[in-house]
Design a protein around this ligand. Structure first.
Ligand code: ZN
Length: 275
């Protein structure tokens, strides 16, 4: 089966949901560490940049040419996470290692995974599959469905989902729009300055739902576009209140349409939900 096909991705997602279900853990209340323990593994943090640690795992003094950030040691039933990994990446790395344990054809003595392996854009087959598994384990489709059925399309729902799942808002927001059956998109922006030194917003990335793509066919907003300080989206920048949601409208010239825009600043990025 083609690794990147929808059929294979669906197979991996099913494995992730089955793992939660068999432990009666299809519930936001069960943490990922608990789930790993239920699978008979323990979670530890250690310095994976340390040569001795890697030599102990691989039982070899051969050099490993990648910066290891997470590891699965099957025979010792351990998930190891590098102490230097950002706290926002840790939960994803743990879920990724759980994937190497659960996916049948991944069975090996150990896995050493780098930051590139843990990036959703990787095209390394086993790493790509472990990332699909991680995403589904952290934000499982059955629980997402309850969210869509219960709460309105809004930034508040994305923030609630981030709180319930303990997953960083960036991953939650992308998953939320990509799995939504409504026309919506998320913009990921960073604070930047204009020629006079005034703060505006720079577009860093975007994701959208299938129905948004069907309607608009392409990205409506060019990547790296700058929204000047007086733009509706940029109002959130001057707000001291991190986590507060702003509701406004923006006009996108390309389609001559006004969109609802919910924006929030989480201290690092600004997220704008458009619909
Ligand atoms: Zn991996």
């Amino acid at each position: 089966m083609n690794t990147f096909s929808e059929k294979n991705k669906e197979r991996i997602r099913l494995l992730a949901c089955e793992t939660r279900s068999k432990h009666h853990a299809m519930d936001w209340g069960v943490s990922l560490e608990e789930l790993i323990r239920l699978e008979g593994f323990s979670c530890d943090e250690c310095d994976l940049g340390e040569k001795n640690t890697i030599e102990k795992i691989t039982r070899s003094s051969e050099r490993i040419f990648k910066k290891v950030k997470a590891a699965l040691i099957t025979d010792e039933k351990k998930v190891l996470i590098d102490t230097a990994l950002f706290s926002t990446q840790k939960i994803f790395a743990q879920a990724h290692e759980l994937g190497h344990h659960v996916i049948p054809e991944h069975r090996e003595v150990f896995y050493l995974c780098s930051e590139t392996d843990l990036n959703p854009i990787t095209r390394m087959k086993a790493e790509f599959e472990a990332n699909i598994f991680a995403e589904e384990t952290l934000l499982p489709t059955p629980l997402m469905k309850i969210i869509y059925d219960t709460y309105p399309l809004s930034m508040e729902t994305i923030l609630l989902l981030a709180e319930l799942s303990d997953v960083p808002i960036l991953r939650v927001a992308v998953r939320y729009v990509e799995s939504s059956d409504k026309q919506c998109a998320i913009l990921i922006l960073s604070i930047d300055i204009d020629g006079d030194g005034n703060p505006g917003l720079r577009l860093k990335g975007q994701a959208w739902s299938a129905s948004w793509e069907e309607r608009y066919k392409k990205e409506l907003i060019a990547d790296f576009q700058f929204f000047p300080p007086n733009h509706n989206l940029s109002r959130v920048v001057t707000c001291e209140d991190v986590g507060a949601v702003f509701r406004d409208t923006i006009r996108l010239e390309e389609v001559d349409r006004i969109f609802q825009a919910h924006t929030v600043f989480n201290g690092y990025n600004v997220f704008a939900l458009l619909f």
